[in-house]
Design a protein around this ligand. Structure first.
Ligand SMILES: Cc1ncc(COP(=O)(O)O)c(C=O)c1O
Length: 359
């Protein structure tokens, strides 16, 4: 039977919302009233065929590429789906990092990939290691898929490491798909999109997680022009024409991106300080420390995560993401950048449950 669902998405859409929601991955919603836009700037229908030219140019400028390398898509989710669908055929071998974001696995399975894994082990702090890719790659590999920042850990892979993976891909004629939806949460010396590392790299990203603009669904793929054209053609089978008001708003958002990013940065950074204090106090959890990102994956050193989560939810109205969605059953993921008071209170409630957990 073909894989046709995502267990994580079902959970996220139906189970994650409680008063103290630490099961988030993106920052607080950016309010429309703070975008410098008037109703006169909006229109229902527009001149969008294979992209809306002003949006193509704005994304290209942000990413430092030619507009011919940009394929617009509804969020990073659709960007991933479209890119994958264009990059391999059913039955082809695809390498995927482990642990990873569940929707990448589900989408690869839906598209009929023969999925092989390479490890980003907890012991190594979830770092991306070309040696692990080398161990898994074969002459049949068509695509290597990874996240940067890594979801769930927020660990950053350096350009040198990515280049190492790119060389391996090139040696067998494969591509590397890097989901960079969290990359702009590196607020200092933000790395350039990895398409700049070589023609084998394909990038997906959006204005959702780091900018609080999820509702615009402004996502994109960066690829070499021939591949980008093939993806546009394939998109005719999926989404055809996007919602034009969202395109217009996305252009305005892209013109004001720095201010939008700074707004969330303050919350993310305040939350990270609280997380650091929390981790320093607790011997019951462990996690690699990162200087950026909106998520952290914590290992529970005592007790069962499902018991812990159930108590957290029923007794403390607090939610965290179960690690099983990342193939890490002894772990849970928490999110930063929404509301520092909520985050502080959520951590306090986690502490209450940890302090009364079976030792
Ligand atoms: C790695 C990764 N990629 C893509 C997405 C989805 O992004 P978007 O909301 O832009 O579709 C998520 C959401 O959690 C994610 O974690």
């Amino acid at each position: 039977m073909r894989h046709r669902h995502s267990d994580y998405m079902l959970w996220a859409k139906t189970q994650s919302r409680v008063k103290f929601n630490l099961a988030t991955s993106g920052v607080a919603s950016f309010p429309l009233r703070e975008l410098p836009v008037t109703i006169e700037q909006l229109e229902i229908n527009g001149d969008s065929t294979y992209g809306y030219a002003p949006l193509q140019q704005a994304i290209a400028k942000k990413c430092g590429v030619d507009p011919d390398c940009v394929v617009a898509a509804a969020g990073t989710s659709m960007a991933n789906h479209l890119a994958m669908a264009a990059l391999f055929d059913p039955g082809d071998e695809v390498l995927l990092e482990q642990p990873t974001y569940e929707l990448l696995t589900s989408t690869l399975l839906y598209l009929g990939a023969k999925v092989k894994r390479f490890s980003r082990s907890e012991e190594s702090g979830y770092t991306l290691e070309p040696a692990e890719v080398r161990r898994a790659i074969t002459s049949k590999t068509k695509l290597i898929v990874l996240t940067n920042l890594h979801n769930p850990s927020s660990v950053l892979a350096s350009d040198a490491t990515l280049r190492g993976v790119g060389e391996l891909a090139r040696s067998v004629g494969a591509h590397v798909l890097v989901d960079e939806v969290y990359l702009d949460a590196v607020y200092v010396d933000t790395p350039k999109p990895s398409i700049h590392l070589g023609p084998e790299f394909i990038v997906t990203s959006s204005l959702t997680k780091v900018y609080g603009l999820s509702g615009l669904r402004c996502g994109w793929i960066l690829a070499q022009p021939d591949l980008a054209r093939a993806m546009w053609r394939l998109n005719d089978l999926f989404a055809s024409i996007p919602a034009h008001p969202a395109e217009l708003l996305s252009v305005i958002a892209l013109e004001n991106l720095d201010q939008i990013r700074q707004r969330a940065r303050r919350i993310v950074e305040a939350d990270r300080v609280l997380l650091g204090e929390f981790l320093a106090r607790h011997q019951f959890v462990s996690t690699p420390r990162t200087g950026f990102g909106t998520t952290a994956i914590l290992r529970l050193l005592n007790g069962e995560v499902e018991d812990f989560r159930a108590r957290l939810r029923t007794e403390q109205e607090t939610s965290v993401v179960p690690g099983r969605f990342f193939e890490l059953p002894n772990h849970f993921r928490i999110g930063m950048g929404v509301d520092t008071e909520m985050f502080r209170e959520g951590l306090r409630r986690i502490t209450k449950v940890l302090d009364t957990a079976p030792k």
